[in-house]
Design a protein around this ligand. Structure first.
Ligand code: PLP
Length: 401
């Protein structure tokens, strides 16, 4: 077993196990993006030849995204990231309702959805929050029971960013559409698929959704670019007014290099999906088996089946996430905790509290998320480092010194 960072990865000096937070841009993607910063810099709306190059690059990226989503190219809207796509979905639909409507979300949505819904509540819309089970999974029947006699947008994430829980989106969409047909109300279904891309099929016809959000930086693409799939015929007001780009749905001169990066990173992630899932599932299982064997009291929070393959989520009772993360960082391991520092206090994550986890377990939780370049050596080193940090914090003798 390798025991030093240098033995494992002399070049990077870190073991990066936080792929659910972000990923590095892969070289093929960077190479494809580079010309659009310099020689092919034309504004896609202009009429001369280099502008045509930019337009063609956007068309190609859009075709790549449409092929992965199994939708029309006209249904793909490029945005400034996953947060913008989420905001555009819920706010863009709600603003088309004649009367205040229902915004049906789950307890484990990303803040991009929760805070957008809170803003809509101030405008008079009704926010209805559906509970989750102890693993973070939404029961479609719970969603169905919240559908009422108002126009509604149902926004339930495909896969959760903290614990990896996967939701049954086809069933949720089926209930929602059936309700819409029976009541004659507009019931629009959105899913945040930011964490699902490259791990689950994004075929929007099979999912049955009207709107779906993506972000490039979770799949080795650039930050600050995303996609909103908007099914033809869905009424959607634009968030950003201006020159009418993206068929009036998202104004502003297109971010051509990033759009190119979005298209290619998604196409590559989809091509490699099976391989990625197998590879990261093996690493995750190795990690969880070793964590439970070597660190006493570890609690595994992932759903046994309905979970993304690359996320391991654990709690260590009696300890807090922040000092563990700092200890890991000192040893060169990057991971995440289940708490977010707000101005003065450390608040446990709304996702874990929504799952019914105690404050103590939520405060002592850690997320390790693996990527295509992660290896067994990375896992073994991280486990040694974690065991050591836990022993130090518990006042026990260190394992390695
Ligand atoms: N939705 C989910 C589930 C996410 O994990 C993230 C990113 O952390 C976002 C939305 C926001 O995406 P972006 O960082 O591109 O704004």
């Amino acid at each position: 077993m390798a025991t030093t960072l240098q033995e494992i990865d002399a070049a990077s000096q870190i073991i990066y196990l936080d792929h659910a937070a972000t990923t590095p841009v892969r070289s093929e993607v960077l190479d494809a993006m580079l010309p659009y910063f310099s020689e092919a810099f034309g504004n896609p709306s202009s009429l001369y030849a280099i502008a045509g190059e930019s337009r063609n690059a956007i068309d190609e990226a859009r075709a790549r995204v449409a092929s992965v989503l199994n939708c029309r190219t006209s249904e793909v809207v490029f945005t400034g990231g996953g947060t913008e796509a989420d905001n555009m979905a819920v706010k863009g639909v709600a603003s088309t309702f004649d009367e205040p409507g229902d915004i049906i979300i789950s307890e484990i949505e990303h803040h991009a959805i929760i805070h957008a819904a809170e803003q809509l509540e101030k405008d008079g819309h009704h926010v209805i929050t559906v509970p989750v089970d102890r693993y973070g999974v939404v029961d479609p029947v719970e969603v169905r029971s919240r559908l009422g006699d108002r126009d509604a947008i149902v926004s339930i994430m495909f896969a959760n960013n903290e614990v990896g829980a996967i939701n049954d989106i086809p069933e949720i969409a089926r209930f929602a559409k059936q309700h819409g047909r029976e009541t004659g109300k507009d019931v629009v279904v959105h899913t945040d698929a930011v964490q699902a891309s490259g791990k689950l099929s994004l075929d929007v016809k099979k999912l049955g959704v009207d709107l779906l959000s993506l972000s490039a930086h979770k799949i080795h693409g650039p930050k600050g670019v995303g996609v909103l799939f908007a099914r033809r015929g869905i009424k959607l007001d634009a968030l950003i007014a201006g020159g009418g780009q993206e068929r009036q749905r998202r104004s502003g001169t297109e971010n051509v290099p990033c759009i190119v990066g979005m298209g290619l990173s998604l196409a590559l992630a989809e091509n490699e999906r099976q391989q990625f899932c197998q590879h990261t599932r093996d690493l995750r299982d190795r990690f969880l088996a070793a964590a439970t064997e070597h660190i006493s009291g570890v609690v595994v929070n992932n759903h046994p089946q309905n979970t993304l393959p690359h996320i391991a989520h654990i709690s260590i009772p009696g300890l807090e996430g922040e000092p563990m993360l700092l200890g890991l960082d000192f040893k060169g391991v990057c991971a995440s905790s289940g708490s977010a520092c707000s101005s003065a206090s450390v608040e446990p994550s709304h996702v874990l509290i929504g799952m019914g986890m105690s404050y103590e377990l939520a405060a002592g939780s850690l997320r390790f998320s693996f990527g295509k370049d992660s290896s067994e050596d990375h896992v073994d080193y991280a486990i040694d480092a974690l065991a050591d940090v836990v022993n130090q914090l518990r006042g026990l003798p260190s394992m390695t010194t």
